[in-house]
Design a protein around this ligand. Structure first.
Ligand code: B1M
Length: 213
């Protein structure tokens, strides 16, 4: 039954069937499957397959976009189910997708996990400039700046933001965490980030460690 729902969830994304994705997300929650589990084992597996089909030329951009819309439908249900953590905030985070990059599905999942784990998160959206990251970090007195990047070309923005912090003598003002499919621990070390997270739950763990929780 559970495996069936995982398979159906993945298929709904590959077939870009938003209505089915929304229905399956709700069914999974009703069946007692944790929001993170149906997301990771079902919907994310589906969008990963879509990525492979796109890369191999079996799917084209309009289909990729429709699959992303189905993903967003499912995610609205699972992220809402994660809810908010205890009212006592563990820290303040500004988090966005870097400039030139519109991929925001992973970012939304990371934010939902952080909120569920009692962090105050300001979502800076996508295609977010370095200037906006820095202005919002100052405005909200953030503890952490989080940058998501999904393209090998836009990862460079993460490096540039850290360099800018150093230039401005502000490197110690914020912890910086990076993530997104092309990022690795090696990349984080290379650009001088404080942490790299592979997925949303790893993001919570890494930020907990950075802030001493
Ligand atoms: Co695009 N795209 N896309 N795309 N897309 C990829 C990334 C790609 C790998 C597909 C492929 O070719 N296999 C490829 C990049 C190649 C490269 O750079 N090496 C690609 C391309 C080429 C493009 C375009 C250039 C296509 C074109 O126009 N010709 C274009 C770029 C537009 C732009 O940004 N300027 C484009 C557009 C799009 C859509 C708009 C259609 C859509 C995005 C819709 C949206 O996000 N609202 C889309 C999609 C859906 C994908 C794939 C298929 C799926 C991405 C996704 O949502 N994954 C993707 C293939 C892939 O990644 N396998 C692909 C699911 C998500 C849950 O995972 O985002 O990795 P992810 O997030 C994870 C972790 O990485 C981590 O936690 C998340 C949750 O577990 N994480 C963090 C992420 N951010 C974090 C931040 C943290 C911590 C952890 O702290 C700060």
């Amino acid at each position: 039954m559970t495996d069936d729902l995982f398979t159906q969830a993945a298929r709904a994304i590959v077939e870009a069937d938003r209505e089915a994705a929304v229905r399956i997300a709700a069914e999974a929650l009703e069946a007692g499957i944790a929001p993170g589990e149906i997301m990771a084992k079902g919907f994310v597996a589906g969008i990963a397959e879509v990525g492979e089909l796109f890369e191999s030329g079996e799917l084209f951009l309009p289909e990729l976009m429709m699959a992303a819309q189905a993903m967003e439908g499912a995610m609205a249900i699972t992220n809402a189910a994660l809810g908010e953590g205890a009212a006592v905030r563990k820290g303040t985070i500004v988090l966005g997708t870097v400039q030139g990059d519109v991929h925001d599905i992973g970012k939304a999942i990371v934010i939902a996990y952080l909120k569920a784990n009692s962090y105050q998160v300001h979502d800076l959206g996508r295609d977010c400039s370095i200037e906006t990251f820095l202005a919002k970090a100052a405005e909200h007195a953030a503890d952490v700046i989080g940058m998501s990047a999904l393209l090998t070309t836009t990862m460079e923005e993460q490096k540039k933001l850290i360099a800018r912090l150093k230039e401005q003598g502000q490197r110690d003002s914020y912890k910086v965490i990076v993530g997104g499919a092309p990022c690795t621990q090696r990349w984080a070390d290379q650009i001088g980030a404080d942490a790299y997270a592979e997925d949303a739950s790893d993001g919570v763990k890494k930020i907990d460690a950075l802030l001493g929780h």
